[in-house]
Ligand binder design. Structure first.
Ligand code: HEM
Length: 133
């Protein structure tokens, strides 16, 4: 049965379920495993804090989420298809397990943050290209 997102335990479940899909995904899985070589024991608690800040108004995430993506993008250029898949898996996860206002907010914020990231990475690409000319 679907439930509302009301506690840190719910957020942890959302994040864990989402990354289960990411890890198993043919397009995104290898980026996390082989390119970024993510340490999941470190990454998952950071993601719990990130989403708790957004969904539960907890003041627990004080990092810059852009930095690892800029670093990753320099080594392995992220493309539109990667963001489409990321959002698809995130929306599917939310829709499968959760409902209500916070579930809707999670999808809305994921979409808008992905938009900001794409814009910033697109700008980075343009700057790099213009320097090479
Ligand atoms: C193409 C899509 C994406 C890919 C491939 C990707 C990949 C990654 C990778 C490899 C890391 C570093 C993990 C580590 O080594 O610890 C990371 C961190 C993170 N990602 Fe993404 N990501 C994507 C999209 C997003 C989006 C759309 C969001 C937000 C809605 C997001 C939120 C975060 C956050 C909060 C962190 C932790 C940053 C920190 O260190 O504080 N990512 N991501």
């Amino acid at each position: 049965m679907k439930k509302a997102i009301t506690s840190r335990a719910d957020v942890e479940e959302l994040v864990n379920r989402f990354y289960d899909r990411v890890k198993a995904d043919d397009l995104l899985g290898p980026i996390f495993h082989d390119v970024a070589r993510v340490n999941w024991d470190k990454h998952l608690p950071i993601m719990y804090d990130f989403w708790c800040s957004i969904l539960l108004d907890e003041d627990v995430y004080h990092r810059n989420a852009m930095i690892p993506h800029l670093q990753l993008h320099k080594r392995y250029p992220l493309q539109e298809a990667h963001f489409q898949r990321w959002l698809q898996l995130f929306h599917e996860t939310v829709n499968t397990y959760f409902e209500g206002e916070k579930a809707a907010l999670a999808k809305l914020r994921a979409t808008s943050i992905a938009g900001v990231m794409r814009t910033k990475l697109g700008l980075l690409q343009q700057i790099q290209t213009s320097h090479q000319k």
